[in-house]
Ligand binder design. Structure first.
Ligand code: PMP
Length: 353
């Protein structure tokens, strides 16, 4: 379609963000790594009586103070955004523009390439290792004078693999200390492996590190759009300057406070999703699938050239999954009732590969 005005050609050429397909009422939506649990009553109560004629607190101060206390940092080391993806966009815009590069793994989170292009910068994709992990050594080698940021996603969407604390320490000592390193930990709460890196404990140690977290997954607030980052106050300040003002709503701020009040209950649900994930993976391995150990709320099926056909087989059985051709399928761990169908269809699909 030709536009009636002059647009940036690289924006016109960008593929639209592909959202997980909506599911029909009787199907299970396992395509967006959402939390299947219904919202906690206290969260619903917290957002019931809002003065929606008023603007929200632009700096989300109460939420920042609460998160700061939890992580043992100051409120000026926390930024709250309309989803962690918004903060990613703010950070990339603050650090990189035309002629600059941003290094990230591939496959990784689908939104990275587009956000980098929108900032005017150039994305540099470093392939995952054959066992679906970040190739941190190759990522460090990809860093040069033009590199303004590196994104490390752990657990990695869509493969579920983690970066260990040791691997991350080695990486940090291999890259320049003035290079922004964004550790995207959207799925941190689903990690059960003690060797995994925990960015929140490292911000004081590495002033160039930004740790990104979200309330969309473990806390079940995807629809309200709220996430946060922990970083050096100067980085937080820069990311605030590239933000769209007032985009974090009062509803999302109140919901975060209520979710933190009831965190123990929410984390029980998270633990049961993690257990379900491990059961699903064990069943898939028995069928002959090669599924990387997943530390997120999803599993990765390397269906390669059969990706579209496999996704169609799941859809026919009422399971909407995320097809990421030509590499594979990401299946979110959803309702307990979806598991039997998931395992049955996977057993049929694996025989066709
Ligand atoms: N990072 C990763 C790795 C993700 O998978 C997602 C959600 N799909 C996000 C960030 C963004 O989440 P949100 O904007 O809802 O916080």
């Amino acid at each position: 379609m030709t536009a009636p005005v002059r647009l940036r050609p690289e924006i016109v050429a960008l593929p639209a963000y592909a959202q997980g397909k909506p599911a029909s009422p009787e199907a299970f939506k396992l395509s967006s790594n959402e939390n299947p649990a219904p919202p906690h009553p206290a969260i619903l109560a917290a957002i019931r009586d809002l003065d929606i004629n008023r603007y929200p607190d632009a700096s989300a101060l109460v939420v920042r103070e609460r998160l700061a206390a939890r992580h043992g940092v100051s409120a000026d080391e926390i930024i709250v955004g309309a989803g962690s993806v918004a903060i990613l966009a703010q950070l990339i815009s603050a650090a990189a523009t035309v002629g600059d590069e941003v290094v990230h793994a591939w496959r990784s989170f689908e939104a990275y390439p587009g956000l980098i292009t929108v900032a005017g910068a150039t994305g540099v994709r470093v392939p995952l290792t054959p066992d679906a992990q970040h190739d941190l050594a190759a990522m460090a080698v990809a860093v040069n004078d033009r590199t303004r940021a590196v994104i490390v996603c752990t657990p990695n969407n869509p493969t579920g693999t983690i970066v260990t604390a040791q691997q991350f320490a080695d990486f940090m000592s291999a890259v320049p200390t003035d290079l922004m390193v964004i550790l995207d930990e959207a799925y941190a709460e689903f990690v059960c492996d003690e060797s995994a890196v925990d960015g929140a404990t490292l911000v004081g140690r590495y002033p160039n590190l930004v740790v990104l977290r979200t309330f969309s997954k473990a806390y079940g607030l995807a629809g309200l759009r709220v996430g946060y980052a922990i970083a050096h106050p100067s980085i937080v300040q820069a990311a605030r300057r590239t933000a769209i003002p007032l985009s974090v709503t009062e509803a999302s701020q109140r919901a975060v406070l209520a979710a933190l009040d009831h965190e123990d209950e929410l984390l029980v649900e998270v633990a049961s999703i993690a257990a379900r994930r491990d059961d699903v993976r064990a069943a898939l391995l028995e069928q002959g699938w090669q599924v990387p150990v997943s530390h997120g709320n999803f599993v990765w099926l390397p269906t390669a050239a059969a990706t579209a056909a496999a996704a169609a087989a799941f859809a026919d059985a009422g399971l909407i999954v995320r097809a990421l051709a030509p590499d594979g399928i990401r299946v979110s761990i959803g309702e307990a009732q979806s598991v039997a169908t998931l395992v049955r269809v996977a057993g049929e699909v694996v025989r066709t590969l």
